[in-house]
Ligand binder design. Structure first.
Ligand SMILES: NC(=O)c1ccc[n+]([C@@H]2O[C@H](COP(=O)([O-])OP(=O)(O)OC[C@H]3O[C@@H](n4cnc5c(N)ncnc54)[C@H](OP(=O)(O)O)[C@@H]3O)[C@@H](O)[C@H]2O)c1
Length: 394
């Protein structure tokens, strides 16, 4: 009988958070919910607390925490607020597993705290690796943490990669990583059509149900760009060994090619409960509620090269990875501002890459030295991005 493990879910009210709770509920003999966190959605977190009865519930927003406290009066859940409390429940001595599923740069500090505390980290928050890949991987090594990628692509690569992956790729005979991309809802759209894309159209992903930020990132292909940078840090892979392959069916979640010509793929229905269950159970396999892949229904698997002229975000991410230093953190911050502005109807779909490129060229790139420096760079990049928005609006 496996030991009961305490799990903290950072970003519990989001798509990944809810999928994690779904898997955990199937294995209550193995996992106990220790802490649940959210940003500001009180009713949603209150409902989850009533259902899963965690020891702690944390809201980033102080007023939201007060409201949550009122709603949970008399329950065994202790309500906390603020960034420090997020870090505390990620690093708490009684926690075994941390699901890092906050969206955006906001997830960085709690993920770093979990790494230094030596937790099993299920990393969904790709922005942590994009912003601070070198420092995060160092924290994982120093803290003795176990890092399991939850992004379906990286989880797939992890599953088909030899154990030598943490050394040089060559040691495991790996030739290339083939990162698959659905191509998003506008795979076939013309340049003119892309100019007119609305937030509602961009939020309509063909294969995956996800939070709004990653859904827009998938439509611009920035999501794939962020994932290229994520793969670089997770698998020690230089940019030239990572190839993006558009695969509209999203059945192959990624592949690894070896020097002997073998190409290993991980396949399955597009359902995030598969990588989440893999991360929770590793090295065991857990039942995840995912339906059987019906290959006869799938029928065919298509592959295309990505078009970086219509989707410049992918090129910008590759460029930032090659530039290194603070470039990926600037890319990430500018992208977060651009996506938010697009969702609010303040800029057009094709303004997203224009804004990011403008911020990247207006800031100098420096070697990464500390988390504090990266947070300063992030703040400055956001200010540049807001300026660009205002200038363009004039
Ligand atoms: N969804 C997927 O299928 C998928 C797949 C692979 C990777 N990922 C990655 O996983 C992460 C989460 O994605 P998601 O789709 O689950 O996002 P989501 O549905 O938007 O959920 C985001 C979660 O983060 C919380 N949050 C937002 N801003 C915060 C802040 N400033 N401080 C603390 N908490 C904050 C939200 O709380 P409130 O509810 O209170 O706002 C919510 O719990 C992202 O990094 C994404 O790229 C997602």
């Amino acid at each position: 009988m496996p030991m009961l493990q305490n799990v903290t879910i950072l970003g519990a009210t989001g798509t990944i958070g809810l999928n994690t709770l779904d898997v955990i509920a199937r294995h209550s003999d193995r996992y106990r919910v220790f802490a649940l966190t959210a940003n500001s959605r009180v009713d949603e977190l209150a409902q989850l607390c009533r259902q899963y009865r965690p020891r702690y519930a944390v809201m980033l927003d102080e007023h939201a925490a007060e409201k949550l406290q009122q709603k949970l009066q008399g329950s065994e859940t202790q309500v906390l607020s603020g960034l420090e409390a997020l870090e505390e429940v990620a690093a708490h001595a009684e926690v075994d597993v941390v699901m890092a599923a906050i969206v955006g740069a906001a997830g960085l500090k709690p993920a770093i705290a979990a790494a230094y505390a030596g937790k099993r980290i299920l990393l969904a928050n790709k922005e942590t690796l994009v912003m601070a890949g070198s420092l995060f991987m160092q924290a994982v090594a120093e803290g003795g943490a176990t890092l399991l990628p939850i992004d379906s692509e990286h989880n797939a690569i992890f599953q088909v990669m030899p154990p030598a992956r943490l050394a040089a790729l060559e040691d495991g005979g790996v030739k290339r990583i083939l990162l698959t991309a659905s191509g998003g809802p506008f795979r076939k759209a013309s340049a003119a059509e892309l100019m007119a894309v609305t937030p509602a159209q961009a939020l309509n992903h063909p294969n995956w149900v996800m939070g709004p930020k990653i859904t827009i990132d998938s439509a611009t292909l920035m999501n794939k760009g962020l994932e290229v940078i994520e793969a670089h840090w997770l698998f020690n892979a230089p940019a030239e060994k990572i190839e993006v392959v558009v695969h509209p069916q999203s059945v192959i979640h990624s592949m690894v090619e070896y020097i002997d010509g073998s190409v290993l793929a991980q396949m399955g229905n597009p359902d995030m409960r598969t990588p989440i269950a893999y991360g929770l159970g590793y090295p065991d396999r857990l039942e995840a509620g995912v339906s059987t892949l019906d290959l006869f229904k799938v029928g065919r698997l298509d592959f295309e090269t990505p078009d970086t002229v219509r989707f410049p975000c992918l090129r910008l991410a590759f460029d930032a990875l090659r530039q290194g230093g603070t470039a990926p953190a600037i890319l990430n911050a500018a992208n977060e501002v651009a996506v938010d502005a697009f969702l609010k109807g303040n800029i057009g779909f094709q303004d997203i890459p224009r804004l990011i490129e403008s911020v990247l060229t207006s800031m100098s790139i420096a070697p990464v030295t500390s988390i504090a420096q990266l947070i300063e760079v992030d703040t400055l990049a956001r200010a540049h991005a807001m300026e660009w928005r205002q200038l363009e609006a004039c």
